[in-house]
Ligand binder design. Structure first.
Ligand SMILES: Nc1ncnc2c1ncn2[C@@H]1O[C@H](COP(=O)(O)OP(=O)(O)O)[C@@H](O)[C@H]1O
Ligand SMILES: [Mg+2]
Length: 240
């Protein structure tokens, strides 16, 4: 997107995601850890946001809460206009499955399923008939440029290809946004760049992306870069 398009998008954008004063406290017998404190972040539809911060600063806790994998101690989290506080477990799983795509540092593909079947797994949890699943898997494979690898098992793919299959799995369900935790952390620099370009391409087509990364160069390529220190947002950089 060019500068004018990004500015226009920022002005007309719809809020996709809003955390207001979220706190998360982990309690053990001996200590309390405040993993997030008064954490406030709003992300608009179509944004690509990079999150950086030192180890232990709360990045994974943030992603787990954003991904509805973990509860929070206080505050509010609105996802696409829905207050997640009001939902039961079944509603949370449904929201997670329909709205959120996950990409992990370690790819998290199922080793004894081929690429096609891995991409299909989350679709099977939805009431989607076989032919729609097939269309979606094939489109996702095409978008990541790996149609020819549909029958390959994860062990028969390079790290970069495995991560592209994981990206295909994340987008096959047409999520409202993608949460990526160090998606290039296990890749060499060439493969990392390919995966980043793929994510940028998916973002250009309209999918919101929130990516945790240690790589400052990648963080600078996104529209917005948020820094977390000690469980709080400390700085935000806009890159127009
Ligand atoms: N399940 C848990 N129980 C207790 N403390 C935890 C748990 N998960 C994370 N923490 C603590 O919360 C803080 C934030 O952790 P985390 O979100 O994993 O940080 P990051 O991903 O930025 O490295 C750390 O101090 C960590 O030790
Ligand atoms: Mg972490």
């Amino acid at each position: 997107m060019n500068q004018a398009q990004i500015k226009q998008q920022a002005e007309t954008a719809k809020t996709m995601f809003a955390m207001e004063n979220i706190s998360k406290v982990y309690r053990t017998e001996l200590i309390e850890t405040h993993a997030l404190r008064d954490f406030t972040l709003q992300v608009n539809e179509g944004e690509f946001v990079a999150i950086t911060g030192p180890s232990g600063s709360g990045k994974t806790t943030f992603l787990n809460i954003a991904g509805l994998l973990e509860t929070y101690s206080s505050g509010h989290y609105f996802l696409d206009g829905v207050n997640t506080r009001d939902l039961n477990d079944k509603q949370l799983s449904h929201l997670r499955n329909t709205k959120i795509g996950f990409v992990f540092q370690g790819f998290n593909l199922i080793p004894d399923l081929n690429a096609y079947d891995n991409i299909e797994v989350p679709l099977r949890y939805r009431n989607m008939n076989r032919s729609e699943r097939k269309d979606r898997v094939q489109q996702a494979l095409a978008r990541v440029g790996l149609e020819s690898r549909a029958k390959h098992f994860p062990a028969q793919l390079s790290g970069g290809q495995q991560q592209r299959i994981a990206v295909a799995r994340a987008i096959a369900g047409s999520p409202a946004f993608i949460l990526a935790d160090e998606p290039t952390g296990n890749l060499d620099s060439l493969m990392a760049r390919q995966v980043m370009e793929l994510l940028e391409n998916i973002n250009d087509q309209g999918t919101t992306i929130i990516m945790v990364t240690h790589d400052q160069d990648l963080a600078r390529r996104t529209q917005r870069h948020v820094q977390i220190i000690d469980g709080q947002v400390t700085e935000m950089f806009k890159h127009f």
